[in-house]
Write a protein that binds this ligand. Structure first.
Ligand code: R2B
Ligand code: URA
Length: 312
């Protein structure tokens, strides 16, 4: 039976399930997940997706396919022909891949893009009656005061004033949402970083901005109305507020996962130290190897969890 967020009678069930909070959903004859090219009438969503336990999301479709190939090998589930069909084939908005209990979905760049994908993904997991789902964003970011290539596990996603909140406009009014992430999951990921010991993994606040240039205090956009000194002061204030990296999706990701009761984490590698520059000057190969680090960490975590489940 479908149930809504905050429904006390189903509080226990809601703890393990995907909570949607929309009274209109139940009365819809069909739900078309337009940007995923999926729907409830031509797909048996519980059959196709009911076993999903881990969802990994990241900006680029290419990276999410690479993650699928990687996790398939790690879990001993590699396709003999190396074929991983894109479940969202037919749309070029997002790409989705599935290997056993692991779903991998791309979300594009920025809050509006990930927000559309998450609405449809959350409904997909709800329609599929998934339980005990963990979702992790694996991505790239600009670091503050960190060696490039460091992986940051987000403690809190903060806005440009360094506050842990996400402002959603609803009917012309601002609704402030909490951006808390799962503390235990973040700890477990940090522990995995220690066990892997292949690269630096740290905990820190992540600043989520509306754009890559002015919103992140870059001096190299098409427009710049501040000085280098003002930029440096802002980044120092961010550092003092616990910010260790900057990206563009974590706040709405944290807010929407919290509303739907999904355990969530954000794991991003830093591609550069923003106190030292703005442009991505490292070679393609170096940047590519950095981008694999969040995948490696999250892959290790998933394998560890699934191995523990098998033993119990
Ligand atoms: C990190 O990298 C992208 C911008 O280059 C953006 O999606 C983000 O959060
Ligand atoms: N992604 C961002 O949003 N900012 C950076 O500086 C690098 C990657």
């Amino acid at each position: 039976m479908p149930f809504g967020f905050g429904d006390q009678r189903n509080a226990e069930q809601c703890k393990r399930s995907i909570c949607v909070n929309n009274p209109y959903l139940d009365s819809m004859k069909e739900d078309i997940l337009y940007h995923l090219n999926l729907d409830t009438s031509s797909h048996d969503l519980p059959k196709e997706f009911g076993d999903v336990k881990f969802v990994c999301v990241g900006g680029s479709p290419w990276r999410m396919k690479a993650f699928t190939e990687y996790i398939a090998k790690e879990l001993g589930m590699a396709d003999p022909n190396g074929e991983y069909p894109n479940i969202c084939e037919g749309t070029d908005r997002y790409a989705m891949y599935k290997v056993g209990p692991v779903l991998s979905v791309s979300h594009g760049m920025g809050i509006p893009s990930i927000s559309i994908m998450l609405h449809e993904l959350i409904k997909l997991l709800h329609h599929a009656r998934c339980t005990d789902v963990t979702i992790m964003r694996i991505g790239t970011s600009g670091g503050i005061g960190l060696q490039p290539g460091t992986v940051v596990v987000t403690r809190q996603s903060v806005d440009s004033l360094f506050l842990p909140r996400f402002e959603q406009l609803v009917l012309g009014k601002t609704v402030v949402r909490n951006t808390e992430l799962d503390v235990e999951l973040a700890e477990e990921l940090l522990q995995c970083g220690k066990e892997l010991a292949e690269f630096q993994t740290v905990s820190g606040n992540t600043m989520c901005t509306l754009d890559f240039y002015e919103g992140q205090a870059r001096l190299d956009g098409a427009f710049c109305s501040y000085t280098e000194e003002e930029k440096q002061n802002y980044l120092s204030e961010a550092y003092a507020a616990g910010v260790r990296n900057i990206e563009m999706e974590s706040s709405v990701f944290a807010a929407m996962c919290k509303l739907s009761n999904i355990r969530a984490a954000v794991v991003c590698v830093t591609l550069l130290d923003r106190q030292k520059g703005d442009q991505l000057t490292s070679s393609h190969d170096i940047l590519h190897s950095y981008q694999q680090r969040p995948q490696t960490l999250v892959g290790y975590y998933i394998k560890k969890k699934l191995d523990a489940l098998k033993r119990n």
